[in-house]
Design a binder for this molecule. Structure first.
Ligand code: LLP
Length: 447
């Protein structure tokens, strides 16, 4: 039997290098069978139905370890918003990472499955009373204050004699990220306290004046799908500047600096990706230099990758339901779409799906892969090469699907959200089952 290995992929590649978009375990068998984690994707589709999301456990763990290796002196917190389920929380815990959560839901799921609360950070520009109550009840490690109004609210919620560790989210006036909707480091948006207009400095003074709050450091999150190291270096300089002003004004040396996440991954072969070792090396050098210049001790660094941990470990598998040819295009319609992956519609993201489960000798054609939902904008992949004989019943696999697909999924058109199946060492297991009509009906309580 011939076994053709796809180009191996080790966690994140240099920005200018070719990057595979498949997990490192991916192997192509004869007859177009694609195996991930030692399990054929078409078998998973047969066993669990489609659409189905497959998560390569070893790829997730390898990516966690790549972060630990690249940042041996930092705390790495996985951003749960990219995707969270109980098994994932266990993997991340076992690999020694912390978590970043942004709701009572993410926090409660993680802690009730055994994730240590003290290794969790709570974010959010509009934390609800329930978010804060849950954070204090479960003993969350740090609450990241996002706006002036939160300072008194959190302080008032902390019990007498108690103390809550907090950080301050600063917007350093840097625009970076793959799309305007996911750039969060510039001044004029809903997140954080601006350095430029003095809100950040003022907030530092107010938090230091609250005896029940302990300010451990500053935080920023510049944006998402960033493929260049430089914005992070500018952020380090600006945040260290505020740490120096804090020392000068209040005599307080802040021990932590959190640079958020945002590390870009390739979605299509050849796409740029953030170079993780270079990021780690250059951030460290910048931090050491900026602190030496300011006469500050080097704070403990925190990073919060989400997409770069789970994104490349996930694959969405769809079944083709219809093929339609117009004078301009060939539409290949599958059984999922914007309900399980709203990213193309939201951010214009381009994907590279491929045929699996059979080998086709047909010449490639340009196709537009569309979903099943009642909108013309329900497009999963625009203008991609697929064999010209693609037909209903075929399976398509879409790589780099592990982050911000299911965590942003809806049940639009009352189509239930897909299941998640983990693969590792030739075994597969269901992590999250498919959402059924019964689940949807159960919420519909009035008549
Ligand atoms: N830390 C904070 C405070 C964040 O807000 C985020 C993401 C992260 C860390 C992790 O960023 P990552 O490493 O995953 O880029 N739905 C969009 C992405 C939104 C990101 C929101 N915040 C997408 O599908 O591209």
């Amino acid at each position: 039997m011939t076994v053709t290995a796809l180009p191996p992929f080790t966690a994140p590649r240099p920005a200018d290098g070719p990057a595979s978009v498949w997990p490192a375990s991916t192997v192509e068998r004869p007859h177009g069978r694609l195996e991930v984690g030692g399990v054929a994707l078409d078998e998973i589709a047969e066993g669990h139905g489609t659409p189905v999301y497959v998560l390569d456990e070893d790829e997730v763990r390898a990516r966690c370890r790549a972060y630990r290796d690249a940042f041996p002196e930092a705390d790495v917190h996985y951003a749960a918003k990219a995707f969270l389920c109980r098994a994932l929380a266990h993997w991340v815990d076992e690999e020694g990472l912390g978590l970043d959560v942004c709701s009572a839901g993410e926090l409660e799921l993680a802690v009730t499955t055994g994730f240590p609360a003290e290794r969790i950070l709570l974010h959010g520009n509009a934390k609800s009373p329930d978010d804060l109550r849950t954070a204090l009840r479960l003993g969350v490690g740090r609450i990241v204050i996002d706006s002036p109004a939160e300072i008194a609210r959190i302080a008032a919620a902390v019990g007498p004699g108690d103390e809550q560790k907090v950080m301050l989210r600063v917007t350093p006036g840097i625009s970076a990220g793959g799309h305007a909707k996911i750039r969060t480091g510039s001044d004029d948006q809903k997140f954080g306290l601006s350095l430029r207009d003095g809100h950040a400095q003022h907030a530092v003074a107010r938090v230091l004046g609250q005896p029940r709050l302990r300010l451990t450091g500053l935080h920023c999150h510049l944006g998402s799908q960033i493929t260049d190291v430089k914005p992070y270096l500018v952020a380090v300089r600006r945040l260290v500047g505020l740490m120096a002003r804090t020392r000068d004004a209040h005599g307080v040396v802040l021990p932590e600096l959190d640079l958020g996440g945002g590390h870009g991954i390739p979605y299509r072969p050849g796409d740029p990706a953030l170079d993780l070792p270079a990021l780690a090396r250059r951030v460290r050098a910048e931090l050491v230099e900026s602190c030496a210049h300011a006469g500050l001790p080097v704070p403990r660094l925190i990073v919060e990758p989400g997409r770069a941990i789970t994104g490349p470990a996930g694959i969405a598998v769809y079944r083709v339901l219809a093929v339609k040819t117009t004078p301009e295009r060939v539409f290949v319609a599958v059984d999922g779409g914007m309900s399980d992956n709203p990213r193309p519609a939201l951010y214009g993201v381009r994907y590279a799906p491929r045929l699996i489960g059979r080998r086709s000798g047909a010449a490639p054609m340009r196709a537009t892969v569309v979903g099943r939902h009642c909108e013309a904008g329900d497009v999963l992949a625009e203008d991609v090469p697929l064999p010209a004989d693609v037909h209903p019943g075929d399976l398509l696999a879409l790589p780099a699907a592990g982050a911000y697909h299911l965590s942003m999924a809806s049940s639009y058109n009352l189509v239930g959200r897909p299941p998640v199946v983990a693969v590792s060492g030739g075994n597969s297991r269901l992590l999250v089952r498919r959402e059924t009509l019964e689940d949807l009906r159960a919420r519909d309580v009035g008549l």
